[in-house]
Design a protein around this ligand. Structure first.
Ligand SMILES: Nc1ncnc2c1ncn2[C@@H]1O[C@H](COP(=O)(O)OP(=O)(O)OP(=O)(O)O)[C@@H](O)[C@H]1O
Ligand SMILES: [Mg+2]
Length: 243
């Protein structure tokens, strides 16, 4: 019986995967994309999931973010076992506890920056006035207070990713999942976006989990989980010079 939402106790990890497995079937063959992965993510961690192309980073991120279901193993969110939840319950949990940032930003082109940020709040039933003030606050936090009424096509790549980050934070998530968030950004912009996310991780106590090839992301992570052929090869806290 799942616990009601918001009943996480201090002893419960935010996210805990045990022995997760995901195999894709392809014609008559099968591809084991994630094999026996056990991983815990705690509050306000800043974690990079790295590994060669095809090592299972996106598949694992999608399992942890409740966008996909494993074939084996268990996943708990706030101490609640996710496999027993219905699709609607999983969608509610995603909306209330998770945020997502994508490589291609995935903003809604006909909505302004403010409306894009407000959209997840509308889905959560937040009244329009509260939506608007929180969107403004979030856009200011990502440095876009001058662009609140602008549509995505008039924004630069870095500005679009800032809107996407503000949107990911709209419902005060515990974890933001970001699959290759810097892949479409130039080097300087990528570094600015990463520094922004690390600041938000600290100031808002939000965990960030990245799937990435980008050494800039790996260098800034406080913990680096390396995948190889769907398995965790290493899981190390960063001793890096960047604090
Ligand atoms: N929908 C799918 N159907 C079949 N096989 C898939 C599917 N998605 C991924 N795979 C396979 O699963 C394995 C892991 O893929 P995944 O996309 O998770 O890797 P990745 O580490 O994110 O790679 P990249 O760095 O290229 O994004 C690969 O062998 C891939 O070909
Ligand atoms: Mg990928």
């Amino acid at each position: 019986m799942p616990l009601p939402s918001g009943s996480r106790t201090a002893a419960d990890p935010l996210l805990e995967a045990r022995g997760l497995t995901r195999t894709y079937t392809l014609g008559s063959g099968s591809v084991p994309a994630v094999r026996d992965v056990s991983l815990m993510i705690e509050e306000a961690e800043f974690v990079a999931l790295q590994g060669p192309s095809g090592s299972g980073k996106t598949t694992l991120l999608n399992l942890l973010g409740l966008l996909d279901r494993p074939d084996g193993g268990t996943l708990t969110v706030d101490g609640r076992e996710a496999s027993g939840l219905s699709e609607n319950e999983r969608a509610d949990l995603r909306r209330d506890r998770f945020g997502f940032v994508f490589q291609t930003f995935n903003l809604i082109p006909v909505l302004s920056a403010e409306e894009n940020v407000g959209y997840p709040m509308a889905l959560a039933g937040v009244p329009p006035d509260d939506r608007r003030s929180r969107s403004m606050e979030l856009l200011a936090a990502v440095g876009l207070e001058q662009k609140t009424s602008v549509r995505p096509d008039l924004l630069s790549g870095g500005q679009r990713q800032r809107v996407a980050i503000a949107r990911a934070l709209a419902n005060r998530p515990a974890v933001v999942f970001a699959d290759e968030p810097t892949a479409n950004l130039d080097s300087k912009t990528a570094e600015e976006i990463l520094d922004l996310m690390r600041g938000l991780c600290d100031s808002r106590r939000v965990a960030f989990l990245f799937a990435t090839h980008d050494p800039r992301v790996v260098n800034r992570a406080r913990r680096v989980v390396s995948l190889h052929d769907g398995r965790i090869e290493s899981d190390v806290l960063s001793t890096g010079t960047r604090t």
